[in-house]
Design a protein around this ligand. Sequence first.
Ligand code: MG
Length: 380
Amino acid sequence: MEKRRSFIKTAGLTAGALVISGWIPGCTANTPDSKSWKEMPLKLRFRPFELKLKHVFTIATNSRTTTPDVQTELEWNGVIGYGEASLPPYLKETQESVMQFLSRVNLASFTNPFLMEDIQDYVDGLSEGDMAAKASFDIALHDLVGKLIGQPWYKMWGLNPEKTPVTSFTIGIDTPEVVRQKVKEAAEFRILKVKLGRDTDKEMVETIRSVTDVPICADANQGWTDRQLALDMCHWLKDKGVVFVEQPLPKTAHDDLAWLTQNSPIPIIGDEGVQSLEDVVPASQIYSGINIKLMKCGGIRAARKMITLARALNMKVMIGCMTETSCAIAAAAQLSPLVDWADLDGNLLISNDIFDGPRVVNGKISLSPNPGIGILPVKN
Ligand code: MG
């Protein structure tokens, strides 16, 4: 009983203090009535979902028309936080492995969602990997707690929503005709991302340049193998207005990547070679910067730590995504004022989004003022 009283007091004070003191304008309007909160365990639900892609999506290593996905919900006192695991086939996780992991999460002893560090330490400790599964939990917990407090996370972190970077729109490998069409569809974007790593690389870039002058970022997805040819390509790409290259060489080619980073006229960004927090320090010896994705690193909590560490190591930071609904995109977008480049177009590549989330306005991410990660379910 004493435990319960002290918990209710703590939770009430946490939200109440923000409202009464007026530290956060507008908090009252969004804050649920904390006085009516009851002590109860967090409830976790999850279900498989299939993302349908608008176009056949081709990168250096595969093509596909759908992406497996798992949608999660965390509920406490009638408030629901949403999360998501996106599972492109080149990653090890599957819908089955994510649901297996989530079914092992026992929240019976967790009755205070504000103890996020304790809850996440427990979930992260359940296995070594399962990063997308952990991300789906992390996102739902952030959404839930943000909604209970009544504020979006970017605001609680003190970030300026005007400082979101321009976000890129990805043009997959395709015929020149389709590439031109895709570029026209992306007219609102102020930076495009092109997938390279095949023998048609120069043709792809020239095709884009035949219809637009906007800056391009390139992603070779480990598709090049020779470091001198990669360096020659970096010089050629710079002349074509390409601002950086992601994962030009295989992720295990550390020495060649480090050599390329030292000699390249444009930044070399690690993506496949940089999965989670422990990869950041080694990556600082190999790459100019890192591409952080929530599905790789385990969610918002880990991504924030990676950004802080990468900045301390004087590295560039981009935040990317998989094909995802606006749920995981919105979660990553909360962090976007902290990064140099955002590549958060995954929700725009699917035809069956089930959330309304951040918009792209004049090429920039426009963060929602809604609490949590700022999404609303779309009623079908
Ligand atoms: Mg990439």
